[in-house]
Design a protein around this ligand. Sequence first.
Ligand code: KG4
Ligand code: ZN
Length: 348
Amino acid sequence: MRVLGIESSCDETGVALVGWSPTQQGRAELPRLLGHALHTQIAMHREYGGVVPELASRDHIRRVVPLVREVMQHSATTWRDIDVVAYTRGPGLAGALLVGSALAQGLALALHKPVMGVHHLEGHLLSPFLSADPPQFPFVALLVSGGHTQLMAVHSVGHYDLLGESIDDAAGEAFDKTAKLLGLDYPGGAALSRMAEQGNPKAFAFPRPLLHSGDLNFSFAGLKTAVWTQIQKLGDQAAAHFPDVAASTQAAIVEVLVRKSMAALAQTGWQRLVVAGGVGANAELRRQLSLYCQSQGASLHFPELSWCTDNGAMIALAAAMRLQSSVESAVLPGAFDVKPRWPLMARE
Ligand code: KG4
Ligand code: ZN
């Protein structure tokens, strides 16, 4: 079986092909990645300080067909070898999603093959299965992207319970907004963490919102206000303290993420934590989670850095795993349906 996956929900155009063959016992092996290609629009959006939806859609249109061709060529796959065409159905930018959906539907129609619309967050959740050391079910997932911060109980493919989430900004947003205050280019998360390496994480005691709330929810909106106030206080000297501000902001975000993840493990009684989404690329978060998980005797799984941020492989993989575990069947192509707002728990 071969599944082609197309991701176009935000500012990355990703295409990938995964494949698997049924084993002798009738159980399928984990899908293998056969090829992938990615184009990131970050440089294009940078001069505007954030993603411009209309530019994003137009760029997806320009990029997606050449990326599909590249994946087909590199994986020595013919059109006839494709069994299912998967695409990101939501959540994301409506216009951007429509590009991937339209191409997937058109391709499937031409090939007489079925389609599957994939939930972008499920792609992130299952992305650790692309790694050489995949986790086993069940596990707690910390999903930390530019738009979402959630703790999930992942029972099996398609069976997820929301344990807690951000009531305002996502962790990635907190990184990006603070980075902007420090004059770093969009999206500032990675740049802020590089700057933080030169600073003292204890220089400023920024708030750890909801740390003792007793639940697994997060709140990061107040952090940028605290950072902004601190920068005003520093006045003319502020720039000299930016590395300390960066390190202290990162320390605040990481501490809350780590403590709540540990609380989620305690609440479920499970011993496996999976981290997914763009902020999962943060080295300090990785270091702290490793330390805490080790001390709790829990195992920790990260997707490889290239699978943390948006990509086509996680979409092809999520579709393949849903097919394999029979939680969903691919359907005949038809409507160009996308769901810009689509809670993972309310799938239909
Ligand atoms: O998952 P993702 O690629 O896109 C969404 O679906 O949102 O996540 C992007 C987010 C951005 O906020 C970006 O600043 C953040 O991930 N990010 C990082 C790092 N690399 C990417 N945040 C902190 N440290 C990093 N090294
Ligand atoms: Zn994402």
